[in-house]
Design a protein. Structure first.
Lengths: 644, 480
């Protein structure tokens, strides 16, 4: 007897309810342990369901929910487990568990410790609903739910950490931090809502075309019912808008770097490993539609390719230890979009998996450094940390090697698969992907050398003369993630390297596989090229490090301001919207005045009407009453008279 | 147990009885009497629900004029009546806590509840008109007695708009019967004797104007922001005012069955107007600096959705519209009360205070959750309504659904901006540390929130009421 699927989201949801409603029951750090235990249990459920999986997907329906939105019936709440959702559930609960554990140490000094874990549990619950949903509207519940969780957690320090301080300078800094954090949270939610509108329109159109929003029903209907290709293409483009919003792709990308305002475990879990990959999941889940829509798929690939380039360029000259990683996330998500856009769903999801490990690892390592330096985030004030934090240094190095695509680490395998798939279908995108690989290795090398190598430069600025190595609770997740980032790649060794594509085969039971058409020799060439590029990027960073020129990366302000995208949006969207809102308000008060003045002008002729416009309600009421009575009386007389 | 036929009548007039009773009750017992009456009324609603609807009770009232006393609570009307009874109870709770010497306010709340329940129960057009006007008096009195400095201006505007609409409605009502040749004003009879041709269109427009004032719909909405801004700081009259937005219900119950051809004929124009109202008011809300005006425009935007759903005549959209109409009362009403609580603590309704949440975490958290409900985040009841409306409207007119859909973005902008500048960020230097929720305040915000979540997750009880009712009304259109 397998545990039921609804337990997966229910367990963390119970944790959320418990910690929210009865925070006083959990003194000290007990709230964190309870929350972690709930996620751990959910992970066990996910593992049991994974092991008990058969080739037929499991579908478990609960209760009716939305009117008329299934085929000739009301839509029900139901969960669906196939190879894709089982894998996602494992990633979410597994990585989620490690990050919960890490947070017990990381957040231990925070006044709202228990609240933080309530929100984290809420996030995991919503993310599980998102991946397990058997219909688009239910997926949308998780979709906006994770957006809400992300809003709450980005704005976790909504008033700034020092704003209640009695020291004037600390207070002023706290106030600024409060405004920044709040703005970042709001921006994330609003930009996500733009994407959500796209997602909703996609659902509306799908319903119009196929008469249902249940995913398994749609998958069968798509084969049986023939509709105009233009309709499917448009629906796929709508869904793409949704995916773009959630995954921080161009042009809705600027919220993701800002989201780093949240606590570091949040950045690791939500804004790197899980939530932002929801867009990739959505497109993979809708593969049966995208297969009918070649143009929309091409759009997906190009959005991904350009975003990968954008993120890499913007990461070159950042100075915040987390911002570098944030732009890197944007860029890596671009890779995943590229993959699913060219039809290499399995490669995209595989990169999603390996990225979840190495990016969570990098963020958590960055968090350990930030803690050790008492909330210092500027890489120019770091350096030489390997002497103080040897363990964290090693795991960070593993993360850098993984993301740079150096063999045997996981990023090598997953990135290679994407580049090979791009080479087959879109050579231009392959070229972009290769350039991005070079830039990635460089900026991650820069990150590594600035933080860990050279001399410690921050003793004065941070006031920390001897930073301390992280504690044991922090080290356990780091160690496990580092092991994962190293070994995960071996799940999917390609044929030309003598492997059996184990991961592709597993996922292939749910998601169709792209046919491999390139020869082994070409594949060798591509692989060697990718590795050379990765090594070259790291060497470039090392050379710049030796010349002490790493403080400022290439491209100067252009990269540091993230290609000025934020400024463009502020000028083109934010400011005009505000102005229009003000103008409309004036107009609205004006309509009112206009109608009012028409009324008084109309009443002007004749003293009788002037008196009537006395402005006293009782006068209005009386005249209305008299008038009404008059009319009723008239009709009454008329009807009585006619004998009706 | 006696015949459920009589339950609606008891439910309608019980609050009025309570209202009169309060006038003769000693001051110290008034809260209890009002609370008891409101609770019993809600209980009656639950009884009717349990009995599966009341069935129609029809008596001759003024035979000479063909006016009947026909009442029924079932389907959509029962759902709306129960929400009304529930929110009136919440309003009574907060009035008892917030307003010193609340006798008058309590009496007015209960008197208004009678009018509102009557509107939902009436199955005779003249009776509907009577209750429609009857609910107006207490709301005018609340504004006149408890309003702020510029209340007379707001009051005149409100009364003028409403009475102007009512007059047109009355003319239409009489016209419907006279031109159609029905023996009475009862809905069942009128449905058998429909007016046809251009006359139907004109009568529809007359009826529509009254309902457009009460929806409200652009450009007949100008009374609404002033009405809310000038009403008492506590937000109690605003809760009742929100409940009084019965236009969508009137259109659904009376206009679609009585003017089927005209509804189809005018559908594109009216849907356009509704979509415009939704987006326009959400955008204006974004620029508001006063919480009450902001909530007024937010509510107006919801009404645009309701209207879009009703006018589209698509089954899913109409169900969504009724769902939204019923449940928006919960969170819009509760938001007005939470704003009242903020005003009680800091003495201001301005949206740029900052840092309230550092002191009042629960008040901030509840307000945030209510805002999320209001901007139709899935999991709350509002989502089922808005999503169904938009999905249904998209089937009829994709572009208008898209226009209205833009509201989703604007709503996030106005809600989160106002919330942030009031509750988040840091407390201004020298600002007071505010008290968090106390005593019944927890219930006053918590109960509506809980109900909104319940019906957002588990919609079957409400859907079972609404879906058959909507199906039967739309069946009159000849299979849409």
């Amino acid at each position: 007897m397998l545990p039921l699927l609804f337990l997966l989201p229910l367990l963390p949801l119970m944790g959320f309810a418990l910690l929210m409603l009865f925070p006083r029951l959990f003194p000290g750090k007990s709230g964190g342990w309870v929350a972690t235990a709930f996620i751990g249990t959910a992970f066990v459920v996910a593992v049991v369901r994974y092991l008990g999986q058969t080739d037929t997907p499991a579908q478990e329906t609960l209760w009716t929910w939305l009117p008329n939105m299934a085929l000739n019936a009301n839509l029900s709440v139901g969960f669906y487990l196939d190879q894709l959702s089982a894998l996602m559930a494992l990633i979410i609960t597994g990585i989620g568990f490690l990050i919960h554990l890490y947070s017990i140490s990381y957040m231990s000094h925070d006044a709202k410790f228990t609240r933080f874990f309530a929100f984290l549990n809420f996030f995991v619950a919503m993310m599980l609903i998102l991946v397990l949903a058997d219909s688009y509207p239910l997926m949308f519940v998780g979709w906006e739910g994770v957006g809400m969780a992300s809003y709450l957690l980005i704005g976790f320090w909504f008033s700034g950490r020092g704003s209640e301080s009695s020291d004037k300078d600390i207070r002023a800094a706290g106030e600024r931090e409060g405004v920044n954090n709040s703005n970042a949270a709001r921006k994330a939610f609003i930009m996500n809502r733009i994407g959500d509108l796209g997602f909703m329109l996609g659902m509306f159109l799908l319903y119009k075309l196929y008469g249902t929003l249940s995913i398994p029903e749609l998958a069968t209907r798509v084969e049986g019912v023939s509709v105009a290709t233009a309709g499917v293409e448009l629906a796929c483009l709508f869904l793409l808008v949704g995916a773009i919003g959630k995954s921080g792709q161009l042009p809705l990308t600027t919220w993701l770097p800002d989201a780093m305002a949240g606590p570091t475990p949040v950045s690791a879990l939500i804004h790197a490993a899980t939530m932002v990959t929801a867009g990739v999941y959505l497109i993979t889940r809708s593969h049966f539609l995208y297969e009918l829509a070649p143009n929309a798929s091409l759009w997906v690939a190009w959005v991904g390719g350009l975003t990968a380039l954008y993120g890499a360029l913007a990461a070159l000259n950042q100075h915040d230890i987390k911002k570098i990683l944030a732009f890197s996330t944007v860029s890596q998500l671009g890779y995943m979009f590229l993959a699913v856009g060219v039809g290499a769903y399995s490669a995209g999801v595989f990169h999603l998996l390996s990225h979840a490990f190495f990016k969570a690892l990098l963020f958590l390592a960055a968090g350990a450094v930030i803690h050790a330096l008492h909330d210092e985030q500027d890489v120019r004030r770091m350096g030489g940390m390997r002497k103080f934090m040897p363990f964290t240094h090693i795991v960070s190095g593993i993360g850098v090697l993984a993301i740079s695509g150096i063999p045997i680490w996981s990023g090598f395998f997953s990135k290679d698969a994407i580049l090979a798939a791009a080479f087959e279908t879109q050579p231009a995108l392959y070229a972009i992907g290769l350039i991005v690989a070079l830039l990635t290795a460089f900026y991650m090398g820069r990150w590594y050398f600035l933080v860990w190598r050279g001399e410690y430069r921050g003793a004065e600025a941070t006031g920390v003369a001897h930073p301390h190595e992280a504690d044991t609770i922090t080290k356990i997740p780091l160690g496990i993630l580092a092991a994962g980032a190293t070994l995960i790649g071996f799940l999917n060794i390609p044929t030309f390297l003598g492997g059996g594509h184990a991961f592709d085969t597993y996922l292939g039971r749910a998601i169709p596989q792209e046919a491999h058409e390139i020869s082994a020799s070409t594949e060798w060439t591509l692989t060697v090229l990718a590795v050379v590029v990765g090594v070259a990027g790291l060497a470039w960073a090392y050379a710049a490090h030796r010349a002490s020129k790493l403080d400022n990366g290439p491209l100067g302000q252009f990269s540091a301001s993230a290609l000025y995208l934020d400024n463009v949006y502020d000028g083109l969207v934010a400011a005009p919207s505000k102005a229009i809102a003000g103008a409309l308000d004036t107009v609205d008060r004006g309509t009112d005045g206009l109608i009012g003045s028409i009324a008084s002008n109309a009443a002007a002729p004749g003293a009788l009407f002037t008196m009537w416009q006395s402005g006293f309600v009782r006068a209005y009421a009386v005249s209305m009453l008299l008038g009404t009575a008059g009319i009723i009386g008239y009709w009454a007389l008329k009807m009585v008279g006619s004998g009706a | 147990m006696f015949d459920p036929q009589w339950l609606p009548t008891i439910m309608i007039f019980l609050p009025l009885l309570g209202s009169l009773l309060i006038l003769v009750t000693p001051g110290r017992w008034r809260d209890e009497v009002a609370g008891f009456m409101a609770a019993v009324t809600l209980g009656l609603g639950l009884m009717i629900w349990y009995a599966g609807g009341s069935g129609l009770l029809s008596l001759n009232w003024i035979p000479a004029l063909g006016i009947t006393y026909s009442v029924e609570l079932s389907g959509v009307s029962l759902a709306l009546a129960m929400v009304t009874a529930f929110m009136s109870f919440i309003a009574v709770l907060y009035a008892a806590r917030r307003i010193p010497n609340p006798g008058t306010m309590l009496a007015l709340i209960l008197a208004m509840e009678t009018g509102l329940l009557g509107i939902f129960a009436a199955r005779d057009l003249i009776l509907f008109y009577v209750f429609f006007e009857d609910a107006l008096l207490p709301s005018l009195l609340m504004l006149a007695i408890y309003g702020k400095a510029h209340r007379m201006r707001a009051l005149v505007k409100f009364a003028a708009y409403t009475l102007f609409g009512s007059l047109l409605m009355l003319v239409s009502i009489i016209g419907v019967r006279y031109l159609g040749g029905s023996p009475t004003f009862a809905l069942v009879d009128l449905k058998q004797h429909l007016v046809t041709g251009p006359a139907q269109t004109w009568l529809y427009i007359g009826f529509l104007t009254a309902m457009a004032v009460k929806l409200p719909l652009w450009p007949l909405h100008a009374w609404l922001p002033d009405f809310h801004e000038q009403n008492h700081d506590s937000g109690i009259p605003d809760v009742m005012g929100t409940l009084y937005k019965v236009g969508g219900y009137g259109l659904f119950t009376f206009a679609i069955p009585l003017f089927p051809d005209a509804s189809l004929e005018l559908r594109p124009i009216l849907m356009g107007l509704a979509a415009f109202t939704a987006l326009y008011s959400a955008w204006i809300a974004f620029g508001q600096k006063d919480w009450k005006r902001l909530l007024a425009y937010a509510g107006l935007s919801h009404m645009g959705f309701v209207a879009l759903g009703v006018f589209s005549l698509n089954e899913t959209a109409v169900i969504g519209a009724m769902y939204l109409l019923a449940f928006q009362n919960l969170y819009t009403g509760a938001l007005f009360l939470s704003v009242g609580m903020v005003q009680e603590r800091i003495g201001s309704l301005d949206t740029r205070v900052g840092g309230l949440m550092t002191g009042a975490g629960a008040l901030g958290g509840m307000t945030m959750a209510l805002w999320f409900a209001s901007i139709a985040v899935p999991g709350f009841a509002g989502f089922i309504g808005e999503f169904s409306v938009l999905l249904g409207a998209y089937q009829v007119s994709p572009w208008l659904a898209f226009t209205a859909g833009l509201t989703v973005i604007a709503a996030a902008a106005y809600a989160l901006t106002a919330f942030q500048t009031t509750f988040w960020q840091s407390r201004p230097l020298g600002g007071v540390v505010v008290r968090d929720l106390v005593h019944t305040e927890w219930l006053i915000l918590g109960l509506p929130l809980a109900v909104a979540i319940f019906f957002g997750v588990y919609s079957a009880p409400a859907l079972n009421l609404m879906q058959p009712a909507v199906k039967s009304v739309l069946a009159a259109l000849g299979g849409n």
